[in-house]
Design a protein around this ligand. Structure first.
Ligand code: HAM
Length: 420
């Protein structure tokens, strides 16, 4: 027997029956993002590996374990993008976007790749809806970006998600926090899990969101409430909280929220949904005020987030049906002559911008009507002997059940009126 080839582990096909929901989410996302003044950017799916190492940090889990490098000699030094921020910042610098506007508001929708151990909600190829606002550091910009992420999720018909925020403070504050953490955790180092013992040296922040029971117990005893923040960072963070309150966005301040990518400073946030199980983050983001400069660009602040599309779908969005995606016309024909007329008419309808479908084999009227119903057609055109003689068709409106004879020469005009 011939061996079947299946999709690589941690990837999945998005089948035609699933695509409607994906498209509805993407259509709603674009509308909301553009209402907030964001413009779409499409960056390459692979970049120089060094871009990710420099952006996400040598010690981050993504760089340590999850970068998927292209393997052939010619492509040496290239990797599939594990996230979108690094590529967008690279493009911002490369195209001198700072000279065109003082704030670049950019969004992207597309696949990301991480060499993860696959499980529910954790894939090797997944999709982000992401946003980057590059050009300034203003607390109310953080608020707007967080509000946008919340409104996107609401726009997809999701409820019951939770927003957590925290401030990592300035790079100096962040350094103080890591010193404080090492200081506090030192005595318990032998009780930490294997991974966290390594993280202690490499990236002590990651210990704070370790899922291991023993580590959680040790971490829960730490008092982290603002210990590391300087006065200026405290003021910045209180303005962010004030803005969220102003917009009536509920949130919880979690001093344990540190995020796994190195570029963050000041505000960080995460939105979770309990229906998702252990991989419960629907999306996350934060401020990264040093990254643009560290990659050779101007010294400007930036803030962004990414939502995971697969996890949004797992959380059960209830999005309004988009009529523009629905089949407009199904043609039902009786006999060979009528079939040819229908075939020609379907072509005319399609070239005049309407969607039309018909059976490709002769079948009873009953089974053709059943198919029209299954395809959720809005209108059905019926062509039989009488219609051929009269150079007309019978047009049935599937939502009201009413039907009328229409002359073929007026048909497209009548249909366009009915559909608008
Ligand atoms: P991230 O937290 O790594 O952030 O990813 C954002 C979201 O992508 C997660 O909350 C999750 O919903 C989804 N996600 C991440 N990894 C996977 C996976 N293996 N399988 C399925 N879904 C996944 C970032 O990537 C940052 N670039 C966000 C950002 C933009 N920060 C500032 N600007």
């Amino acid at each position: 027997m011939v061996e079947k080839i299946i999709a690589p582990r941690g990837t999945s096909d998005i089948l035609p029956e699933e695509i409607t929901l994906w498209r509805q989410i993407e259509v709603a996302a674009r509308r909301i993002l553009e209402n907030y003044g964001y413009a779409e950017i499409r960056t390459p799916i692979f970049e120089e590996t060094g871009l990710f190492v420099r952006s996400l940090g040598q010690t981050s889990d993504v760089v340590q374990k999850q970068i998927l490098q292209l393997a052939t000699e010619k492509q040496n030094g290239l990797a599939l993008r594990p996230e979108g921020t690094a590529g967008v910042v690279r493009a911002y610098i490369e195209h001198d976007m700072d000279k065109k506007q003082n704030l670049a508001k950019l969004y992207y929708i597309g696949p990301m790749f991480r060499g993860e151990r696959p499980q529910k909600g954790r894939l090797r190829q997944f999709h982000h809806i992401g946003v980057e606002a590059i050009g300034m550091a203003q607390p109310f910009l953080d608020v707007e970006v967080i509000a946008l992420s919340v409104n996107l999720l609401k726009g997809f018909g999701l409820a019951g998600f939770k927003l957590k925020i925290n401030s990592l403070g300035s790079p100096e504050d962040k350094k103080n926090l890591s010193i404080f953490l090492r200081d506090q955790l030192q005595v318990n180092i032998s009780h930490l899990c294997e991974d966290c013992r390594q993280r202690f040296e490499r990236n002590v922040f990651r210990i704070l969101d370790c899922k291991n029971e023993a580590c959680r117990k040790i971490v829960s005893k730490l008092d982290l409430s603002g210990v590391h923040l300087c006065e200026e960072s405290k003021v910045y963070f209180s303005k962010v909280k004030e803005g969220l309150n102003l917009l009536n966005i509920s949130f919880e301040v979690s001093p344990f929220l540190v995020r796994g990518l190195d570029y963050y400073t000041h505000t960080v946030f995460e939105i979770s949904h309990e229906s998702l199980g252990s991989q419960d983050a629907l999306g996350a983001g934060g401020r990264y005020d040093r990254l643009v400069q560290e990659l050779g660009g101007p010294s400007v602040g930036a803030m962004g987030f990414a939502l995971g599309l697969e996890r949004i779908i797992l959380a059960g969005p209830t999005i309004e049906g988009d009529e523009s995606l629905r089949l407009q016309i199904f043609l039902v024909t009786m006999g060979e002559e009528a079939y040819k007329k229908g075939f020609l008419l379907a072509n005319d309808l399609r070239t005049s911008g309407l969607s039309a479908e018909m059976n490709y084999e002769t079948a009873s009227i009953k089974s053709q009507m059943r198919l029209a119903d299954k395809m959720h057609a809005r209108l059905v055109i019926i062509i039989g002997e009488d219609e051929i003689k009269e150079e007309a068709v019978t047009l049935k409106d599937m939502s009201t059940g009413s039907q009328e004879k229409i002359a073929v020469k007026n048909l497209i005009e009548v249909i366009k009126k009915k559909l608008c």
